[in-house]
Design a protein around this ligand. Structure first.
Ligand code: NAD
Ligand code: ZN
Length: 382
């Protein structure tokens, strides 16, 4: 028997969504739904999360757009709604914001059954996820990702945490949600640069796991850049499913999950050398993937790698990193937190969808790849 929830018009009923993917860990499993935010009360019911209070964590930008609607629907379903709003941006992944969040949750009178809804981008998901993992030794967590990065990446896989002055994401835990629900329409309100940056992770998922998917994205790159509805309705769930498939095989990051780091060792070095905030994370990853593809093509000489390289060069990057010193980038890579025993591990491709990890590469070839990636093609400046 399908379950139904009521739209604002009670005569118009929609079937409760079926999950399009799920992540299994041990005896437990969490589903990933694609549904409008108004399905949330019914999804909470379906997951046995029918406690009287619901605690929402969001940021100022997302609150303005989506909090009133979700609050209204939850209250209409008989729940008491409490919320906590953090300032937008990376600075909120901090001890002080975490503490304010703990205070708000505890003053609200949450108990171990109170669901915490993380409504927002990756910052809200990471911060609120860590709070859910640690409040009362763990309360039910629901991810409602609203940015592209959050929908295809950060809400799936259970990594939560905050930053420390020694580095990003250094304090945290693995904590799995009860379910994840992507309302794909929310990405339409994302600032354009955030959207384009998020595409880097989508493209990455194609490159490391699904050559046909990659091909589709680059053939429809115009539609993707302009957020054409039918394209994104298909692409976002596929990209999220790829992430789910990878993390399920490696919940605690001991093996294949490293492939998700494709383009990131180079990208992190660029983010550091250009100064955080100059390049977005996604832009740095796009450039990092160019370096990784140059390198992969030099080592494996496959035409498809060259074609992939040309294809991703079309995605716009609103900064010019060509003046950054390659020597400084080489040094920065050695300081990456994923360096093991002093050796930088690179994720490369033997072919499309065929990634591997190696630490054994001639530094001269890496330098050459850096030069080519940063200088061979123009980057779009705004
Ligand atoms: P973010 O949460 O800062 O969101 C980006 C901006 O978009 C913010 O200003 C936010 O207010 C705004 N926003 C979000 N959704 C919106 C919407 N629908 N409409 C309008 N504005 C909206 O950042 P992000 O890019 O979503 O995520 C980056 C963070 O995610 C980083 O902290 C990164 O470390 C983390 N991350 C975590 C994982 C993981 O596995 N946990 C994976 C990747 C990234
Ligand atoms: Zn990333």
């Amino acid at each position: 028997m399908p379950r139904y929830f009521f739209d604002t018009n009670p005569f118009q009923m929609e079937a409760l969504p079926e999950p399009f993917a799920s992540v299994t860990h041990g005896q437990q499993q969490y589903p990933i739904y694609k549904a409008r935010l108004r399905a949330i009360p019914s999804l909470l019911d379906a997951h046995g999360l029918d406690g009287s209070t619901t605690f929402i964590v969001t940021d100022e930008n997302v609150a303005e757009l989506y909090l009133p609607g979700i609050q209204h629907d939850l209250e209409a379903s008989g729940r008491r709604v409490r919320y906590h709003i953090v300032p937008p941006g990376e600075k909120s992944k901090s001890f002080s914001e975490l503490q304010k969040l703990y205070n708000a949750a505890l003053e609200t009178g949450i108990d171990r059954q109170t669901p915490l809804l993380a409504l927002g981008g990756g910052v809200v998901g990471d911060l609120a996820g860590f709070a859910a993992a640690t409040l009362l030794r763990g309360i039910p967590l629901i991810h409602l990702p609203t940015s592209l990065i959050a929908q295809v990446d950060s809400s799936i896989g259970g990594k939560t945490g905050i930053n420390h002055k020694q580095g990003k994401n250094l304090i945290g835990s693995f904590y799995q949600p009860e379910f994840v629900c992507l309302d794909i329409t929310t990405v339409n309100t994302l600032p354009l640069r955030e959207w384009t940056s998020g595409l880097a992770e989508v493209v990455k998922h194609g490159l490391i796991a699904d050559a046909r998917f990659f091909d589709k994205i680059v053939r429809h790159s115009g539609d993707m850049l302009s957020r054409e509805t039918t394209s994104i309705e298909e692409v976002i769930p596929r990209a999220a499913s790829i992430k789910a498939g990878i993390v399920e095989r490696d919940l605690h990051e001991h093996g294949v999950r490293a492939h998700l780091n494709f383009g990131h060792t180079f990208g992190h070095a660029l983010e550091k050398e250009c100064g955080y905030g100059t390049l977005t994370h996604g832009e740095a990853v796009f450039l990092g993937m160019r370096v990784a593809l140059h390198l992969s093509h030099k080592l494996h000489e496959k035409q498809e790698l060259k074609l992939a390289l040309d294809a991703i060069t079309d995605f716009p990057i609103n900064a010019d990193p060509s003046s950054v010193s390659v020597e400084a980038l080489m040094r920065a890579m050695k300081r990456d937190k994923k360096v093991k025993q002093g050796r930088v591990h690179y994720v490369l491709l033997k072919g499309l969808g065929d990634p591997y990890v190696t630490a054994d590469i001639d530094p001269a070839v890496i330098r050459e790849s850096w030069y080519e990636a940063l200088n061979s093609s123009p980057v779009s400046l705004q």
